[in-house]
Design a protein around this ligand. Sequence first.
Ligand code: SAH
Length: 279
Amino acid sequence: MPQLAGRVPAERGDGILCSRMAQDLPRVVAAVVAVTLLGCIAACAAPGGARPGVAAPDAARARMVEEQIAGRGITDPAVLQAMRTVPRHEFVPPQSRADAYADWPLPIGHGQTISQPYVVALMTELAAVKPGDRVLEIGTGSGYQAAILSAVGAEVYTVEIVEPLARGAEAVLRRLGYGRVHVRHGDGWRGWPEAAPFNAVVVTAAPPVVPPALVAQLAPGGRLVIPVGEEEQELRVLVRTPSGIETRAGVPVRFVPMVVGPGTGGSVPPGNGRPQEVR
Ligand code: SAH
């Protein structure tokens, strides 16, 4: 299965806006649809052969924020600041480092990808994280999204099903000094009940349906940002309000599939509950 993650076109000035308000989300509909595969192909086809590293990472990062993030309508100052400060090149494998600030996802091994920078910023803005919030991430991958959540002031709990990715991300996060990020190797379908409730839950792999445990682990006012679906996915924001769970968004996206194994308590429809291979 191709490994996919949300990405949007690279054009500048394409009028894409995003906001945590649901009514603004359709404005990115045409944008947040593209395919990681294209990004991976572009990454692999880019000139340069062996890639020694990214030249002038600070300048590349500033340009990334200006063109890809602020340029597409991300306005939350804390998110913009986090995207300016977290060294994305430290989270990508050496052979992809020259493309660390490019406008597409990159392979991180084990058939997985680090999401496109814009998608990381969008999900962080939709999660509306405040300093001191407890945030659960499902799908640690490289650890980059976790670092961004930490940089906006959250205490982060992140779960990754592929053990070498979990260990690798933990090592990078420790080395870079992100002490308030807790990494667990395990199945994120169940969330992290011992650390709940969470002010926000950010899911970076797409399950066929919303995992009930993740909704149950939301604090009052808490937000769950999650791509849902198989071939066709939409990015939803579920909010725990005093009157119940409100679903506030529905933007088309493509993410890698969430591995759905045993232990889903029958909450996945027949046919979708078969274990998927992690490559
Ligand atoms: N957030 C990551 C990118 C995630 S890619 C980053 O910033 O780099 C999606 C990740 O979800 C992959 O690493 C994949 O192994 C993981 N994943 C898939 N199914 C999962 C599950 N059931 N529980 C936890 N992690 C899962």
